[in-house]
Write a protein that binds this ligand. Structure first.
Ligand code: AMP
Length: 622
């Protein structure tokens, strides 16, 4: 790893990595936290807000009328009254396209753009379009500021955690969010790995251990089975339910009370404030019954109560569902319950005694509960950060790639395939497709660097995959694989999966570049993060517009006889309007015009769904 660090304020290079404090960040669906390692006590500590009371930052972003942004508790206060301008659960959208989330789109009360493509989702607030990356960056900025205020120093480096099941594109989105927030993301760490580190598991390198990390939060459940050997964590299996969490226990209590009061869920929909009162009382009951036998309250002047036994009867089926996921994860990892050495609990909902008891009974072993389940992931991230800073000599550091490696895609954009700081040896790949009907050759240009436009990165080489069978655009499936061996040599292989033709090159990314040059490239990427992101967003909007104009024009030509004259002329008007916005170089205007065209053409496109053209719209173009 290059031992050169950068001073973001002054834009200078400094050779003293040791003094840098790297924070650990748990970027959560409901709440986020930032933690650091206290050098005096050697303890990881989660940082509180300015009032010194709260460590959790609700992962909620509110846009004020003047365009300013609020994050955290203030934003949370706007959820009920200002739902269109208040964004929650943005983590669920990271690295996703609309088609990925279409079945759950009713879960979000803000506007997610259905552009009917596989490009990444955007969220509309007023007349601005935001990506989940930009929104997550707002949360990260607020955590960075909190840490800078509390510790009275500037913070520019972080370790950020993600769920073990996050794919490449979700991890890359998280890195990009960090960069946009002015943070150099030294590593993306799996949440269960961080939680295990917080309990000191895996620090004893000689002993191989198998760990189950049971994470029940507010809205999601994850079980991960990890193996640690010689300081290296491997995820053996993950399972879970992205729509089961503490909220469901609250809902079960509300339903129980409604039944007693002869009310229905419809009554609550009609009276939002009453619904909110029921939900808050239910959550209070759930928490209180952790330590007391009965809970009593009044809602709307009516008395309601719940005993511990009644609550446990309501909660048991929900916990049983999570145990089914545990069973499946064990099966996928080819393990028995008794193979698990340690069980770590994560997430606020694991405070429920019933959860602790049922999980311990399932694994036939006591569970770890010593640490605050809301904090363990952030604390573990801070411990990992400390290891990366070189302060924990007992933990081993693996060879890593100092700069990201990727290829050029449509419009001169850099598509990262192996992110910087990946462990070596490593292997990663992604599928691409053609831009033009009948395209038989594909040029693959390999780049190194952190900038969004390849023009700003360093070219390592290029080659051509020749002899792709002629097919409509979007049909060929070209898998591009990057393989780095233990000596740091990169082999890039392109293979068309339908025909099997392949071609490859070998390069040595470290050849002809010094550590100082690498550090300078990194510095430039941090300084230009904002403009780079804007340039990328504009280029992506232009690409998307191009693609949609193309497919819509093709669609009209092919289906003229099924369309009315009005449909054709109106569509052409929308296309002409979209074309005029392209020159404006304003991504929001372009997206708005794309949305208008899509909204107009969707009804008749659905009517005459043409399978070939629909699938031609899918897939990323090189
Ligand atoms: P998290 O997403 O990990 O912050 O977890 C939040 C969830 O934990 C919410 O559903 C809370 O109601 C729940 N929670 C927090 N404290 C308790 C508690 N003492 N007992 C039961 N559930 C709790």
């Amino acid at each position: 790893m290059p031992s050169i660090s950068i001073n973001l304020k002054e834009g200078t290079l400094a050779k003293n990595t040791q003094q840098d404090l790297i924070v650990g960040i748990d970027l959560g669906t409901t709440n986020s936290l930032v933690a650091y390692m206290d050098e005096n006590t050697g303890q990881a500590i989660a940082i509180k807000d300015e009032e010194g009371s709260n460590k959790l930052v609700p992962s909620i972003i509110h846009f004020l009328a003047n365009g300013a942004v609020e994050v955290g508790n203030n934003a949370k206060g706007q959820l009920v009254n200002n739902p269109q301008n208040t964004i929650y659960s943005v983590k669920r959208l990271m690295g996703k396209s609309f088609t990925d989330i279409a079945t759950h789109s009713q879960y979000f009360s803000y506007k997610i753009i259905d552009d009917d493509t596989e490009s990444l989702v955007k969220i509309r607030v007023g007349d601005k379009f935001h990506t989940p990356i930009e929104l997550s960056a707002e949360i990260l900025k607020s955590l960075k500021q909190r840490a800078e205020k509390a510790l009275d120093r500037s913070i520019s480096k972080a370790v950020i955690t993600v769920p073990a099941y996050f794919n490449d594109s979700q991890r890359q989105a998280t890195r990009d969010a960090g960069k946009l927030a002015g943070l150099e993301v030294l590593r993306i760490v799996n949440e269960p790995t961080a939680a295990s580190l917080a309990y000191g598991l895996g620090t004893n390198q000689s002993q191989a251990q198998t760990i189950a990390v049971y994470d029940l939060g507010g809205g999601t459940f994850d079980i991960s089975i990890l193996q640690i050997e010689e300081g290296i964590f491997e995820v053996l299996a993950t399972n879970g339910n992205t729509f089961l969490g503490g909220d469901d226990f609250d809902r079960a209590i509300v339903d129980y009370w409604l039944e007693q009061a002869n009310l229905t869920a419809k009554d609550l929909q009609a009276n939002k404030a009453l619904g909110q009162n029921f939900r808050l009382a239910a959550e209070a009951a759930k928490m209180a019954l952790g330590t007391q036998g009965i809970f009593e309250t009044t809602i709307n002047k009516e008395p309601f109560s719940l005993s511990k036994e009644q609550f446990n009867a309501l909660a048991k089926p929900l916990v049983e569902q999570t145990l089914k996921n545990c069973q499946q994860a064990l099966k996928d990892a080819n393990l028995n319950k008794t193979d698990i050495n340690e069980i770590v609990l994560v997430g606020g909902s694991t405070r429920m005694p019933l959860v602790q008891e049922m999980v311990a009974a399932f694994f036939e072993k006591p569970v770890h509960t010593k640490l605050n389940p809301d904090e363990v992931v952030a604390l573990g991230a801070a411990i990992q950060a400390d290891i990366l800073a070189g302060n924990n000599k007992d933990m081993l550091l693996l060879d890593i790639t100092p700069l990201s490696l990727g290829i050029e895609t449509m419009g001169g954009l850099m598509d990262v395939i192996i992110p910087r700081n990946s462990k070596v040896p490593t292997k990663a790949g992604r599928e691409y497709t053609t831009q033009v009907d009948g395209q038989v050759n594909m040029r693959i240009a390999v780049y190194q660097g952190e900038r969004d436009l390849i023009a700003d990165n360093r070219k390592l080489g290029e080659f051509e995959l020749k002899g792709i069978p002629a097919m409509p655009a979007g049909f060929p499936k070209v898998e591009i694989a990057f393989i780095i061996d233990a000596d740091g040599i990169l082999r890039v292989r392109a293979k068309e999966l339908r025909s099997g033709i392949e071609q490859s090159i070998e390069v040595r990314p470290s050849y002809g570049i010094s550590e100082t040059e690498m550090a300078k490239m990194l510095l430039a990427s941090m300084q230009n993060a904002q403009t780079d992101m804007q340039a990328r967003a504009l280029q992506e909007a232009l690409n998307e517009a191009d693609q949609i104009i193309n497919t819509t024009e093709k669609f009209i030509t092919k289906n003229t006889e099924h369309l009315s004259t009005k449909e054709i002329t109106e569509t052409q008007k929308h296309i002409a309007h979209l074309k005029t916005t392209l020159a404006s170089k304003d991504k929001d205007k372009i997206h708005a015009a794309i949305e208008q065209l899509n909204d107009f053409s969707r009804p008749f496109a659905e009517r005459i769904m043409d399978v070939a053209i629909a699938s031609a719209m899918k897939g990323k173009k090189i």
